[in-house]
Design a protein around this ligand. Structure first.
Ligand code: ATP
Ligand code: MG
Ligand code: FE
Length: 347
């Protein structure tokens, strides 16, 4: 069966096509993404109105490319999945409207799905089905969460989340502070490779003995980087940009991996999936690999292309729902900008 997936929750217009085999295996047939990130760059963050308009312009051409590259005919599609939330209201509406139109015109079932669960589902396109229980560290531009996954289509439980900024948000804010381009993850990742990660001891948020075990905080880290840079500037010192980047990146990777592994041990889970845009970070995956190997935990990190927003991950989640025998959502389903991760599919 062929599942078509639409993604438009933020600034990437994504259309993906996935084949669900009789044995439940997924095959990625198309993964087309159009990004409006350059239009937002000069604002240092996503401008919702600009994103909505860009989705509107990109949706049909992106869809056509997905069909062309895969050689799939629209009439061969068996089900349609679309991000129903969380995300920007106006942006979500474009994908949901497109998906509804195709579902109605083709008379195929429509699945309104959770974007965050989609980020985790992306990994199954590369590494196959998840074990019955696993832990996911979801780190993206808007979220940083630890999730207990007991079947992607069945049960996702949030066990921890950020109390302030998301990890990706911290990358974007620190990049801005260092005069690096938006989005900040890729340039910091690159610069950090030339720096010394031990140069500056930035704080590890919420790691004290009385702090919540699985929650994150990155706002203090960002402020600490800002103070450090201000002090150096006042002292007339040259800012060692690469060292600042490497030390900041180390603080983020250290806390994320330490808490994820502690959660795996506490919950007796032996598989950790890291997904979302920040999972593309080389130090995060590197440190996670070292620490997981030590702890005897299997680590799964999808390739960078599958970590950031795309339509293939939404098609993949749709395929898991179809495989699990879930019924479709209503054709008049609504977008839910604040959809909690525990709601994998909207009614
Ligand atoms: P959400 O999924 O929470 O709704 P989003 O969809 O905007 O948010 P993603 O597209 O999953 O987020 O990820 C974008 C974020 O990932 C940005 O903050 C970006 O800086 C960060 N990012 C991308 N590549 C890297 C990298 N190599 N290292 C660190 N961060 C990165
Ligand atoms: Mg994006
Ligand atoms: Fe995302």
């Amino acid at each position: 069966r062929l599942i078509l997936g639409f993604e438009s929750s933020c600034d990437e217009t994504g259309v993906g096509i996935v084949r669900l085999g009789p044995d439940g295996a997924l095959e990625l047939l198309a993964d087309e993404v159009a990004s409006s990130v350059e239009e937002h760059a000069r604002f240092g963050g996503v401008v919702p109105e600009v994103a909505s308009r860009a989705h509107l312009e990109a949706m049909v051409p992106t869809m056509r490319r997905a069909l062309e590259t895969s050689g799939v005919e629209l009439s061969d599609v068996d089900a349609i999945a679309v991000t129903a939330g969380p995300g920007l209201a106006g942006a979500l509406l474009v994908g949901v409207s497109a998906a509804k139109a195709y579902a109605a015109a083709l008379n195929k079932p429509l699945y309104g799905v959770n974007h965050l669960a989609g980020h985790v589902a992306a990994d199954t396109l590369q590494h196959g089905p998840l074990p019955a229980r696993c832990l996911a560290l979801l780190v993206s531009g808007g979220h940083s969460q630890l999730l207990l996954i007991e079947g992607l289509a069945h049960r996702i439980t949030e066990i921890g989340s950020t109390v302030d900024d998301a990890a990706g948000e911290a990358y974007d804010k620190v990049a801005r502070l260092l005069d690096l381009p938006y989005p900040g993850g890729p340039p910091i990742d690159k610069l950090a490779k030339q720096g010394n990660a031990c140069a500056i001891a930035f704080p590890r948020g919420l790691t004290g003995p009385r702090d919540p075990r699985y929650d994150f905080s990155f706002s203090g880290l960002k402020t600490s980087v800002a103070r450090w840079v201000e002090r150096a500037e006042r002292a007339g010192e040259e800012i060692p940009l690469a060292d600042v980047a490497a030390s900041f990146q180390e603080a983020v990777a250290d806390v994320l991996t330490a808490k994820a592994i502690r959660a795996c041990k506490d919950l007796e889970v032996d598989t950790l999936v890291i997904s979302g845009g920040v999972a593309a970070n080389s130090r995060l995956s590197g440190l996670a690999a070292e620490r997981c190997a030590e702890a005897g935990i299997e680590l799964r990190v999808p390739r960078p292309r599958l970590c950031t927003d795309n339509g293939a991950m939404i098609a993949a989640l749709g395929a898991h729902l179809v495989a699990a025998g879930a019924g479709p959502s209503r054709l008049d389903l609504s977008t839910t900008p604040g959809l909690p991760v525990s709601t994998v599919q909207v009614p």
